[in-house]
Structure formats: structure tokens, C-alpha cells
Write a protein of this length. Structure first.
Lengths: 323, 332
């Protein structure tokens, strides 16, 4: 897997990261403007993790996501218009307005849902991995979860079973240093969640989660290992949440210092990657700017689509409780 | 297995369940069984005994003692296209997996706007029997009946166990098949061919004109016994086996009450907050004008299940208690 990614792959990775960032910033604004009911957990700062992993997956590979799930869906191929419509609670949303931000999903591209329950995803990904092995289809199931979720029993049961059955599963810990508002040092006695991997009989790998190529390389090896039938890997990506647990803002909070946030923002995953692409002559600063502008126009159009989409009819309330 | 005089085949409850699972696995390549000790031991209750040899370890999958993982395995595998049968050894262990049951399995279809289909069958055992005490004896069906998205059946006989289990596996929703440990040794007529019983339809097991007993699972048998005693006292008692608690067949209940004008719900679960309250309320809402008295309820007292045999016996409702409650309700 050490093969050098083509320029096409690099540009695709860049585009996916910018798509997440642009979508999330607009979602934050839309929430502040009253268009998005409920809780909104933004992925800004962590884009390199979703994209570095998802660059190796097909629509047939499955993922489970978290309450902070928009980035995973976008990286997996989710469409802006259906996503904004869902966040707005509209009938054209991916879940017909029944799920919202915390349950946005698209099973057609293997995205088995954002999940409002911290730690809810790993057992489901383990089950999807079981199905892949049962069907011998070569697909991989990836579960994204945070440092906070790594303290949930569900994570431990899923990790043990995935390793026991040698399932094609990848456990991606997005260690952003906080379980909601509680810093990692106050919620677990370890610094590296990957230290837990040997306890389940699987390799644990730590990467810089702000460096998309580091994530890409490590995830590539782990996905390949899973596809070959060699079982799961725990990939810990050290990352940081630029905004708050809910909504935007970020600065001026008591649970973390502005200095700490500023230090991490100096290592913005998109800026770092753009600098590298410019240096390699793959994407000039001007060309990068064009990508941002084009995606901003896509976001604008998607917001208009969502605004025009009707609210669900009250008669739809009881639809789809049962098949 | 035995032949009765008229040539019909009798089977134990345990073997009826096993035969149902055999049928399911033979007709549906995407079906498999996963749970604690289901492979080598065939489950501690023997319902899967012998299936490992027949279907192999890929389809009869032993799991660690990890109930949340077991339900998660079912949810993820179903979301990825399989039709899992997952076993939670004792219903009391639902506490270990209620997030995956309540927040994931039950809601995924609705939350995703109908774009997920989760055909999962969950087998589990309830009931106070053989002094298994407070953590291995409970009837917790009201927990799962309260959650939209789940179906719940509680077969009382070998015949119903086979028919409802096959129906559960063919249903595209998560269906709990809750069996009572005290019913496992029952024998009864079980046709050899594959058959299903409709989920959501009650069964009138003893027709009557004067009084309706609404029951399910193990308590159906105690209710029938109580009905015989009541008949001797001149009360022609109808006994309805609900078979399915979610969905609930209120039509059959209302039709019965229109005829008998008196009804009582009987279950083994603790009476307070039990299904009896919901069923009584619905019957009263739908058939108030036909009722001569409030719908009665018989259930276990508000206590954990005790260990000592004498205490366990006094905890579980029985025919005598049902007769006593009915006599009081009917003013005999």
C-alpha cells in the first residue's frame, strides 16, 4: 500500500476535505439563523480523518458514524442538497426529515448512520463486518468513534468480537481530546487509545489526524489488512475540534484555553494539505481558491434546495415505524 | 418425538423450536444463529442442540458473553443484508444490551426515513423456574413492548413456538420471540411441514360465553386450568392466548368482551406496570359499554423473584390465584 497516490487521488482528497469544511461552516450559520432545529455537532478541524480513511472505501464498504457525522457522510459521497434538507427537517432529506443531524444516513452508499448514542456505532460496524465475511464479498466495515466512546462498553464488546472472528473491520478513533466538554485527561487514564488494541488482539496504530496523507497511508494498510482477511485494526487519529461540542464559536470557552485551540488551528488540515499540494505542483493557491469557490456555490444551491423543500406532512408521522 | 393415536406427531417445545430454526436455515441462506453457547451446547436450554453439526460454525455462531455485541452483531448484519437470529440467553440480560435494542435496532428504520430494513429475530427465555432467583427469572416483556419498532411474540405451546418463530424470521422487522423456561418441557402436536402463525393475531384456546381470560405464554395453561374450575362453578370461561403482544390483537379481545361482559388479564410478569395495565386500559377504552366490571389483572407481586422454592412458588401466579381473583371480580 506504499504506492504513491496519483494527482487525481490527491485532488479528490483535497476536494472532499473542502466539501466538509464548507458544508459545516454553512450548517453552523444556518443553525444560528434558525434553519436547523435540534443539536448540531460540527466536524471542522477533523476533516483529514474522515477523508484519509474514506479515500480507500467503495460504496459497498460500510461505515458507522457518530453524533458528529456530517463529515463522514460527505467523505463517503453524500450529496449536499439531501443533507441540508435533512438538517432542516425537510421531506427531501436523506431520512425524509425523520432523523436530522444526529441520524443522517445513506445506506445506498454504505453509510449506516450518524448515531446519537456515543459508542452506538462499533457493534453495528462489527455486525456489518460479520455480514461481509459471511458473504465473502471482500467489503470492509469502518466505525468512527471518539476518545469518549472508547470508554463505552459497546466499544469493548465490538472490538473483542471483531478480533475474535477476524472480521474485516477498521476501528477509527478520532481522538479530539474531549468527550463533549471533558478533556481526555479527566475521562481516561491513558493518552493513547491505541494502547487498548493489544488487549483485544489487534494492532493499534497512531497517526497525526491533522495530516491527511498520514491518515491515508495508515488507513490504506489497515483496510487492505481487513480485506485480506487478517482482521481488524484500531487506528487512532490525533485530531482536534475547532468548534464547540455543539454549534460553532470555539474560542472564549472555560473548558479549554484559547491558546490550546490556536495552537491546533495552526495545523489546520486543509491549509497544511494545500501547502503540500502547492509545493508538489499538484494544485496552485489560485486553483485551490477556485475549488473553494466552486464548492461554496454548490453549498449555496443546496441550501436553496433545502429551503424550498417542504416540511413533512403530519400524516407521515407513523410511516416507517415498521416495515 | 412420539406419534399420538390419531397419527399426529407430538414434539417437545425445545424440539419444536429447533425444528423451526432448521426450517429457517434450510430455506434462507442469509439466516444464521448467534449467541452465547449456541454452538457446542446448543444453548443452555437445548433449543439449538445439534444444529452446529448440521449447519457448521459459520451459521451457528458462538459468541462471547457480550449481549450488547450480540444485538449489535444482529443489527449490523441485518443492515448489511443478512437475516440474523440472535439469542439472549436469559431475558434478564436485556439490561446488558438495551441501547442496541432500544436506540439502534428498534429505531434505525424510522430514523433513516424507511431506508433501512432490519429482519432480526431475537430469541430469549423468561420466567421463574427451578430457583434461578432474581436475575435469571424475570418476565420483562413490557420493556420491549413499549418501544416502537419492535414486535414481541410469546408462544405458549410447541405448536405456536414453531409457527411464530418461522413467522418472526420471515418478518422484515426486529421480532422478539420470548419463551418461558417452564414451557420448554411441554409436549404437543407439531406438524412436520413449515408453517407460520400470523404475528398480531390472538388465539381463542377455550371458547366460553360468561367470562374472558386474556393471557399469554406460560400463564395460558394456568388460565385454562382455572377456566375448568370456573366451569364447575357455572362460569363458562373463554381463554384467549394473545400469542403476540406487539402488535396487540384488540379486535379479538373486544369481540370476546362483547359476548362475555367481563374480562381479566393474566400474566407472570410483575403486575405493576405490566402488560395487563395496557391491555385492560385498551379493552376498557374500546368496549366500555359492554363491561359489567373493570377489567381484572393477575400478575406477580411487586417483588424481585425469590430464590427459595417455597417463595418462588408463592411469587408465580397459578390457577388457584386466577380462580380466586375471578371469583372476586365476578362477585361469586
Amino acid at each position: 500500500m506504499a504506492t504513491q497516490p496519483t494527482d487525481e487521488v490527491l485532488l479528490d482528497i483535497h476536494r472532499r476535505m473542502v466539501r466538509i469544511r464548507t458544508f459545516e461552516d454553512e450548517a453552523g450559520r444556518m443553525a444560528e439563523n434558525g434553519f436547523i432545529p435540534g443539536a448540531l455537532h460540527l466536524y471542522v478541524g477533523e476533516e483529514a480523518v474522515a477523508v484519509g480513511v474514506m479515500a480507500h472505501l467503495t460504496d459497498e464498504d460500510q461505515i458507522t458514524s457518530t453524533h458528529r457525522g456530517h463529515g463522514h457522510l460527505i467523505a463517503k459521497g453524500g450529496e449536499f442538497d439531501r443533507m441540508f434538507a435533512e438538517l432542516f427537517g425537510r421531506v427531501d432529506g436523506y431520512c425524509k426529515g425523520k432523523g436530522g443531524s444526529m441520524h443522517v444516513s445513506n445506506l445506498e452508499i454504505g453509510m449506516l448512520g450518524a448515531n446519537g448514542i456515543v459508542g452506538g456505532g462499533p457493534p453495528i460496524a462489527m455486525g456489518a463486518g460479520f455480514a461481509n465475511k459471511y458473504k465473502k464479498n471482500g467489503n470492509v466495515a469502518v466505525t468512527f468513534f471518539g476518545d469518549g466512546a472508547s470508554n463505552e462498553g459497546a466499544f469493548h464488546e465490538a472490538a473483542n468480537m471483531a478480533a475474535l472472528y477476524k472480521l474485516p473491520v477498521l476501528f477509527v478513533c478520532e481522538n479530539n481530546g474531549f468527550g463533549e466538554y471533558t478533556p481526555q485527561r479527566d475521562h481516561q487514564a491513558i493518552t493513547d487509545v491505541a494502547d487498548r488494541a493489544p488487549g483485544y488482539g489487534m494492532p493499534g496504530v497512531i497517526v497525526d489526524g491533522m495530516d491527511v496523507m498520514a491518515v491515508y497511508e495508515a488507513a490504506g494498510a489497515a483496510v487492505e489488512r481487513a480485506r485480506q482477511g487478517d482482521g481488524p485494526t484500531l487506528l487512532e487519529c490525533k485530531t482536534y475540534r475547532f468548534y464547540d461540542h455543539v454549534g460553532r464559536r470555539g474560542m472564549g470557552r472555560t473548558y479549554r484555553t484559547d491558546e490550546e485551540l490556536a495552537e491546533w488551528m495552526k495545523r489546520d488540515p486543509i491549509e497544511m494539505f494545500e501547502a503540500r499540494l502547492a509545493e508538489q505542483g499538484v494544485l496552485s493557491a489560485d486553483a485551490a481558491k477556485e475549488v473553494h469557490e466552486e464548492i461554496a456555490r454548490d453549498v449555496e444551491a443546496a441550501v436553496e434546495f433545502a429551503k424550498a423543500s417542504p416540511m413533512p406532512d403530519p400524516d407521515a408521522l407513523l410511516d416507517d415505524v415498521y416495515a | 418425538m412420539a406419534e399420538t393415536e390419531n397419527g399426529k406427531r407430538e414434539l417437545s417445545y425445545v424440539l419444536a423450536v429447533k425444528e423451526a430454526v432448521e426450517t429457517i436455515l434450510n430455506e434462507e441462506p442469509d439466516a444464521f444463529v448467534a449467541g452465547e453457547d449456541v454452538a457446542g451446547a446448543g444453548s443452555v436450554f437445548g433449543i439449538y442442540r445439534g444444529l452446529l453439526d448440521e449447519f457448521g460454525p459459520d451459521r451457528i455462531v458462538n459468541t462471547p458473553i457480550s449481549e450488547e455485541g450480540i444485538i449489535g452483531l444482529g443489527v449490523g448484519a441485518a443492515a448489511a443484508g443478512l437475516r440474523p437470529i440472535v439469542d439472549i440467553m436469559f431475558m434478564d440480560f436485556l439490561g446488558e444490551c438495551m441501547d442496541e435494542v432500544t436506540n439502534q435496532m428498534a429505531k434505525m428504520r424510522y430514523m433513516f426515513g424507511g431506508r433501512a430494513t432490519l429482519p432480526i429475530t431475537i430469541t430469549t427465555m423468561c420466567g421463574a423456574r427451578n430457583s434461578m432467583a432474581a436475575q435469571h427469572s424475570q418476565c420483562l416483556e413490557s420493556w420491549i413492548c413499549h418501544i416502537p419498532g419492535l414486535k414481541v411474540v410469546m408462544p405458549s405451546t410447541p405448536h405456536d413456538a414453531k409457527g411464530l418463530l418461522i413467522a418472526a424470521s420471515r418478518d422484515d422487522n426486529p421480532v422478539f420471540v420470548v419463551m418461558n423456561k417452564a414451557s420448554l418441557a411441554l409436549t404437543g402436536e407439531v406438524p412436520e411441514e413449515a408453517y407460520t402463525l400470523p404475528i398480531g393475531e390472538a388465539n381463542i384456546v377455550r371458547p366460553g360465553t360468561d367470562f374472558t381470560i386474556i393471557s399469554y405464554s406460560r400463564m395460558v395453561h394456568e388460565s385454562i386450568s382455572a377456566a375448568e374450575t370456573l366451569a364447575e362453578q357455572g362460569v363458562d370461561t373463554e381463554v384467549i392466548d394473545l400469542r403476540s403482544l406487539q402488535p396487540l390483537d384488540t379486535d379479538t379481545l373486544v369481540a370476546s368482551v362483547e359476548k362475555t361482559h367481563n374480562a381479566m388479564v393474566v400474566h407472570e410478569a410483575v403486575r405493576f406496570g405490566g402488560m395487563g395495565g395496557e391491555i385492560a386500559a385498551q379493552v376498557q377504552e374500546l368496549a366500555f359499554d359492554y363491561l359489567d366490571a373493570p377489567v381484572g389483572r393477575v400478575g406477580a407481586p411487586f417483588s424481585p423473584v425469590p430464590f427459595s422454592p417455597s417463595l418462588e412458588q408463592s411469587f408465580v401466579p397459578n390457577a388457584d390465584k386466577i380462580v380466586a381473583s375471578a371469583t372476586e371480580l365476578l362477585g361469586l
